[in-house]
Design a protein around this ligand. Structure first.
Ligand SMILES: Cc1ncc(COP(=O)(O)O)c(C=O)c1O
Length: 381
């Protein structure tokens, strides 16, 4: 079996991730922050270590600004619902995932104004168009870092400069880039960073988070849920401290232990090295597929602006048929269709059929890429 669906979730997980989760369940298992006994303290220590590793990876500063959620969608919802009120204006791009567009469309029905800046055929927006869309009430700009359909990376730093000039915050959906592409919150001017733990960061399903940058105060945001935090238990009001304000209820301790080991894996191997490895494989894929008659590739040819995602279509066959045959006949696993991002497919011209998407990971080999290209060539012959 050849697994080329790392953009959906990474698999197999590094052995140290599984070991950390097993260790948490077998040996630790206490409820962090809820008691003074040794198992509770040990669970809290492991969770704090994961916050520290993530703060280091993203150059975020204070580890207490890392808020754990169950996935990137949850983190994006926390940021959008937490910051935006009726009368506020928000700007986004024309290639966003439904994890951004659906909460935004919901908020729009409830008094938030939404402007969408279109992108060119490769999925790149012009930062000047964000500047043109700014209004007095613009509170937030939200963009993805790397596109889950084309791999195109957006000009985050330029768009951040627009947000700063407008007195607005910048929320970046790093679901595809966290653990796969260098992300430096301070250098890139990111105020809020939503990440998935289960993709490039190699953690288990059910993990993700929102990093709240230093420009955003806890008081600027309302939580999605309120409840027990293990802190300030004398009060019936939600505490304002980070991360407790946004982390009510028992955390996914085993998952966060696994995520911590996943981040260690990324830090040990080096984010630059992972990015270089995956991009070289994606380039190889694009070159191989591009030589097959009838294949159309999507996204930029500038590999400095790409993450390791390659989307293509065939003139002759449906995307679903190609995906099915890759799995059934060749044991090659990929994702076909709209990838929860209809706006991106409308932009690149592949709506409504979608594309076939290959996404290699840190363990993928050049031999596996060659086998995938050969399988597509056989199917399309
Ligand atoms: C760009 C982008 N944003 C958000 C998400 C949602 O991530 P999660 O499944 O962790 O909620 C995805 C997942 O594929 C994605 O690719």
């Amino acid at each position: 079996m050849i697994y080329l669906d790392h953009a959906a979730t990474s698999w197999p997980k590094p052995p140290k991730v599984i070991a950390a989760m097993t260790d948490f369940l077998e040996r630790i298992g206490g409820n962090p922050g809820r008691a003074g006994h040794r198992l509770s303290i040990e669970a809290g220590r492991i969770i704090y270590k994961t916050r520290e590793a993530l703060a280091e990876l993203f150059n975020a500063g204070d580890p207490l600004r890392v808020v754990f959620t169950s996935n990137a969608t949850h983190a994006i919802n926390l940021a959008l619902h937490g910051l935006l009120k009726p009368g506020d204006h928000v700007i986004t791009s024309g290639i966003e995932h439904n994890a951004v567009m659906r909460p935004l469309r919901f908020l729009e029905q409830n008094g938030v104004r939404v402007s969408v800046v279109p992108c060119d055929g490769e999925g790149i927006p012009d930062p000047q168009n964000f500047a043109r869309a700014v209004e007095k009430s613009t509170r937030l700009i939200v963009i993805k870092h790397a596109c889950n359909v084309t791999g195109t990376m957006l000009p985050v730093a330029e768009i951040s400069a627009v947000a700063r000039r407008a007195g607005a915050f910048l929320l970046v959906d790093a679901a595809q880039s966290a653990g796969a592409v260098p992300v430096d919150m301070r250098m890139m001017g990111i105020d809020l960073l939503a990440f998935a733990g289960h993709k490039g960061l190699q953690g288990p399903p059910g993990t993700g988070g929102l990093v709240i940058g230093e420009r955003v105060r806890a008081e600027d945001m309302t939580p999605l849920t309120r409840g027990g935090t293990g802190s300030r238990s004398e009060s019936e009001y939600q505490p304002e401290d980070l991360p407790d304000k946004f982390e009510s209820g028992t955390l996914n301790g085993a998952g966060i232990a696994g995520l911590g080991a996943g981040v260690d894996f990324v830090l040990e191997r080096g984010i630059e090295a992972i990015h270089a490895h995956e991009t070289a494989l994606a380039k190889m894929l694009a070159e191989g597929l591009g030589n097959i008659p009838g294949v159309r590739l999507y996204g930029s040819n500038d590999w400095k602006r790409r993450s390791a995602v390659v989307s293509f279509t065939s003139e002759k066959y449906q995307t679903s048929e190609i995906g099915f045959r890759l799995d059934e006949e060749f044991g090659i696993l990929c994702r076909v269709g709209l990838h929860c991002a209809p706006a991106a497919h409308r932009t690149i011209g592949s709506f409504p059929r979608g594309t076939i998407r290959f996404a290699p990971g840190p363990q993928t080999t050049a031999g596996e890429i060659a086998a995938a290209v050969a399988a597509v060539a056989r199917i399309l012959k």
